[in-house]
Structure formats: C-alpha cells, structure tokens
Design a protein around this ligand. Structure first.
Ligand SMILES: Nc1ncnc2c1ncn2[C@@H]1O[C@H](COP(=O)(O)OP(=O)(O)OP(=O)(O)O)[C@@H](O)[C@H]1O
Ligand SMILES: [Mg+2]
Length: 261
C-alpha cells in the first residue's frame, strides 16, 4: 500500500477582483502516490504549487476538493488521536533553516522538543537522545548548549533534520531543503539525506525547482506546472524521455550543486 495517496486534490483561494472576490486555483486536480522507502521528487518552477501540495499532505492546509490519505487514513476525516499519530509519522524540513528554529532555545531543547510535546521520553533521557540525534546528522554534543545563531546555515539545517528525526518518522517532507545554502554546503546536506534514508529506511517527498537535484535523489519524479501535474514517472525513464516541453526545459537547467556522479 502506498504510504501517501493524494487523490484528485484541488486548492483554491479567494482573490479580490475589483468589487468581487473570485476563486483562484493554485492546485488543480493533482493525484500522486508515495511508496514506502522511495523518494518522490516534486519539481516545478516557483509558484507551481509544490509547497501547497506538501502542506496538504502534512494536514496544514485542507484541500478544497479531493483527498489525502497517509498510511490509509484520510487526513480530513481523521480523529484527533489519529492525526497525532500521523503527525509523528511525517515530519517537514523547510527551506530556511534559521526561520524554522526558535532563536531563544538551546539546541538540546530544540531537538528534543518533539519528544516533550508527544510525551515520548522522560526529561532525564533527553540529553542522551539529543546527543544521538546530533550524531546522526554529523554534529556532536558541544552543540547542545548553544543557540541557533551560533551555527552556520548548513549546521542549522542539520539541527532541523535532527529535530525532524526525533520522533522516528517514516516520511520526511523536504521542501527546498538546500535552496538557501551555499552550493558545497547544500551538496553535503543532500548526501546526508541520502545516507539517513538508507540507515533509517525513510521515505522522502523531495521538493525542488532544480531538476538535476531532483533527478539525483529521486526514485520517481512528478512535474508540476501552474498548479497541475503535467508529467510523472520513474526518474531515469522520465529524464531520458521527457514528454512535455516543460519537463525538457527543466532538464536543460545546469546543476546548481556539485553532485557526485
Ligand atoms: N494562503 C494562500 N493564499 C493565497 N494564495 C496562496 C496561498 N498560498 C499559496 N498561494 C499561491 O499559490 C501559488 C502556489 O504557491 P506555492 O507556494 O505552492 O508554490 P511553490 O511551487 O511552492 O513555489 P516556490 O518554488 O516559490 O516555493 C502561488 O501563486 C501562491 O501565491
Ligand atoms: Mg514552495
């Protein structure tokens, strides 16, 4: 069974048009699935609706039409306790690693906050848990007592990833996780994501405007253009034989990151 099933989903927002308000469609009839253990790459230019799809999967935005199922549960109909369980299973990592971190909190509290919120572990165990999480992302315990501003962008994104892993989720929703980083730092984060996926059998939704990056990481690729899914398929087949001119255009982009072969 697919871990995520997005079925004929639409999202419209009201928009002022003179004296009237009209519906503005930002996601139109999108269907996709994400299978356990795979990386689905979602690619498209700015404003194509990628983040809106991600937010609907996370249950942060309600679809105007259609349904989203995660692990067989319809997010819109799930009970509070079911939603709580789903929230543990999927964790987001966003583009701006600084905005996502509370500047007043220490790293120890940042990475263990999900454990506290979900009542998973007891306080005395937090320090050891935090050290373990930091180790997984290539940081050590010297980070525990420091605040986000004391770290570089790449290190901050590592802290975000550590926090996302705290609840042992199955699925990471990675929304442009390296777009705000310098190229060499971004490449390191990409490789960290690859090894974490192998180690923890994680499933990824990897969102980016960069086709070379999506191609490097994905099992399958879905291409969005102006709210619609215009093409999808196995990553290598889709890149070898793109059907849509839009996909061809995205493929012609030069890699922004030094990606290993
Ligand atoms: N809350 C909202 N109210 C009204 N319009 C919105 C809202 N959220 C998103 N939109 C619009 O929906 C469209 C798609 O936005 P979205 O953020 O999903 O695109 P994206 O593909 O993630 O773009 P980017 O690559 O820039 O992150 C945009 O035109 C955006 O302005
Ligand atoms: Mg976006």
């Amino acid at each position: 069974m697919a871990l995520v099933e997005v079925d004929a989903v639409w999202k419209t927002y009201p928009r002022r048009a003179g004296l009237r308000t009209e519906e503005h469609t930002v996601v139109e009839d999108v269907s996709l699935t994400i299978e356990p253990g795979e990386t689905l790459g979602l690619v498209g230019e700015s404003g194509s609706g990628k983040t809106t799809v991600a937010r609907m999967i996370l249950g942060l935005v309600a679809p105007s039409r259609g349904s989203v199922r995660v692990d067989g549960l319809d997010i819109a109909r799930a009970s509070r306790s079911e939603l709580r369980r789903l929230r543990r299973q999927m964790q987001p990592v966003f583009q701006d690693p600084y905005a996502a971190l509370n500047p007043r909190m220490k790293v120890l509290d940042i990475v263990t906050e999900p454990l506290a919120i979900h009542g998973i572990a007891k306080r005395p165990a937090f320090r050891a848990k935090a050290v373990e999480l930091l180790r997984q992302v290539g940081l050590d315990e010297s980070a525990l007592g420091r605040h986000p501003h004391e770290f570089s962008g790449g290190q901050r994104q590592r802290i975000n990833i550590a926090r996302a892993l705290a609840l042992r989720p199955q699925l990471l929703i990675l929304d442009e996780p390296v777009s705000a980083l310098d190229v060499s730092v971004g490449a390191q984060i990409v490789n960290l994501l690859r090894s974490l996926q192998r180690e923890h059998r994680l499933t990824y939704l990897f969102i980016s405007h960069s086709m070379p990056l999506v191609r490097y990481l994905s099992t399958r690729i879905a291409v969005m253009e102006r709210g619609r899914l215009v093409e999808s398929g196995e990553a290598e087949a889709l890149c070898a034989h793109p059907r849509q001119p839009y996909t061809q255009q995205l493929l012609a982009a030069t890699p922004e990151l030094p990606l290993p072969a």
